[in-house]
Write a protein that binds this ligand. Structure first.
Ligand code: G1P
Length: 298
């Protein structure tokens, strides 16, 4: 039996400068899509995939993130007094049990690979997931759950993958495909943010990973790569071709939003708003109006 994936690392140490001035005092991960913080979507997805331990790699100024996951007894008491059961239920669904969640500080911004490495002592010698909360994925079956099911067949290392336009390949880790099996591809190479014109494909890594603990060993010895940072992509690439290991890309079913960018964040807000019964009519009518005005102005 393959060991179950029960631990996930959430790298959330980035300063979120693209969202200044908001991120001057609010961690990016607490910014809301409709009424839920980005990070809540990541947690819900992890839980659906069977994750039991949530490891956050944070940095200075992320206190609001820890508070968010704390219980709020006073608030709960107030709501109970007022009979606001629906709101109580919403709060309850965000509660994390003691010991379920851990925070590690990344003291220096040395890259995604380094952030993951910071969590090595909490993961020990077992496979683990990594979720980048900036990549929000709307899917009928949550993306990480799809991957866990696929991983039960393959083992090794698996990254979420998606075709991106050729002019965007230099913003992603890119897969060099050995064999394309449809949803799954086996990988013979990986490059982090290849220079324009030198990309091995347009199949990009999206922020969901299931990794073998060998990755920590690789990261121990890794020198900085693209952009002068220690890259997770490089540590995964070292597993390619190893016996009993290997690297797979998984084309998930779902729509991915790049919530690390303002345009992506706005798109996600609209999409998640339209998916809500309590908002879709008002929001839909407003969007129709906006579109009509735009058309008339053309
Ligand atoms: C990170 C990874 C990259 C991956 C991307 C997905 O890059 O390094 O391989 O394709 O996430 O969002 P970042 O966006 O943090 O620069």
């Amino acid at each position: 039996m393959r060991k179950k994936v029960t631990k996930a690392i959430f790298p959330v140490a980035g300063m979120g400068t693209r969202f200044l001035p908001a991120t001057k005092s609010v961690p990016k991960e607490i910014m809301t899509l409709v009424d839920r913080p980005l990070v809540q979507y990541a947690i819900d997805e992890a839980r659906a995939a069977g994750i039991k331990e949530f490891i956050f790699v944070t940095s200075r100024g992320k206190g609001a993130l820890e508070d968010y996951f704390d219980h709020a007894p006073q608030l709960e008491q107030e709501l109970r007094k007022k009979g606001k059961d629906e709101l109580l239920e919403i709060l309850k669904n965000t509660n994390m049990d003691s010991g379920e969640i851990a925070y590690i500080r990344q003291h220096r911004a040395l890259g995604l690979g380094h952030a993951v490495w910071c969590a090595r002592r909490l993961v020990h010698n077992e496979p683990f997931a990594v979720i980048l909360p900036d990549d929000v994925i709307a899917a009928e079956k949550p993306c990480l759950q799809q991957m866990v099911e696929a991983y039960e067949e393959t083992g090794g290392n698996m990254v979420a993958a998606m075709e991106v336009p050729p002019e965007k390949t230099n913003s992603y880790g890119i897969l060099d495909v050995q064999e394309d099996m449809g949803a799954m591809v086996s990988v013979k190479g990986m490059v982090e943010k290849p220079d324009a014109g030198s990309s091995p494909s347009n199949l990009a890594v999206i922020g969901r990973y299931i990794l073998s603990p060998n990755i920590f060993r690789n990261l121990n010895k890794l020198k900085s790569g693209a952009g002068g940072e220690i890259q997770l992509t490089d540590a995964i690439a070292q597993e390619i071709g190893k016996e009993d290991s290997g690297v797979y890309g998984y084309r998930f079913r779902g729509q991915r939003f790049d919530c690390g960018s303002k345009a992506g964040f706005l798109q996600a807000t609209v999409a998640f708003g339209l998916a809500r019964d309590d908002l879709k009519d008002d929001l839909g009518a407003y969007l129709d109006e906006v579109m009509a005005v735009r058309k008339a102005a053309e």
